[in-house]
Write a protein that binds this ligand. Structure first.
Ligand SMILES: [Zn+2]
Length: 175
């Protein structure tokens, strides 16, 4: 249904939002999820363009983009509606108390990022979700897009980068 180029672009739409991390110094809160790229607006734009040009492909790009923003509501939340400047979501990994006294919590670590990284990988819920999403991805690719199975390589590149960071932080905090 989609050619390799389109399929790659759709996959790209699912994680392109996180490249806003390179501009993190432009946020007051030191949180890249405050950017409009982590709100619902890019998906709305894609849906609108898709409808105007009657393009199924662009609408699927919008769904891929939206799936990222929705998933980001689970762990730490995201600035979903942008203009409200409010982190919205289930925020399973952070309590209100931690959020209000975040500075004190971050000071306990040599690298502030360790706080977020360790909470993430110590959460059984997150590990279960990660596994579930991985299984869904494999099942979907096998059932609908077998010819693009190599896309899984992208997953493992991301996976190894995250694991490398996790163990590097662990080493830093231990010393
Ligand atoms: Zn994100």
């Amino acid at each position: 249904m989609f050619n390799a180029f389109e399929f790659t672009l759709i996959t790209f739409c699912a994680f392109i939002a996180d490249f806003d991390i390179f501009f993190i110094t432009f946020t007051e809160e030191d949180n890249h999820r405050m950017f409009i790229s982590h709100s619902i607006f890019p998906s709305i734009l894609l849906f609108t363009i898709g409808i105007i040009f009657n393009s199924y492909f662009i609408i699927i790009c919008g769904i891929a983009y939206l799936s990222h923003v929705l998933l980001d509501t689970l762990d730490w939340g995201t600035n979903m509606f942008f203009f409200g400047k409010k982190i919205i979501g289930f925020k399973f990994l952070i309590s209100k108390e931690e959020n209000d006294n975040l500075k004190n919590y971050l000071e306990k670590f040599k690298v502030a990022r360790s706080f977020f990284d360790f909470k993430y990988y110590e959460s059984k819920l997150i590990i279960a979700l990660e596994l579930l999403i991985f299984v869904i991805m494999v099942v979907f690719i096998l059932s609908f897009a077998l010819e693009f199975i190599l896309t899984v390589v992208l997953y493992f590149i991301g996976f190894f980068i995250h694991m490398f960071t996790h163990y590097r932080l662990k080493t830093i905090e231990k010393t």
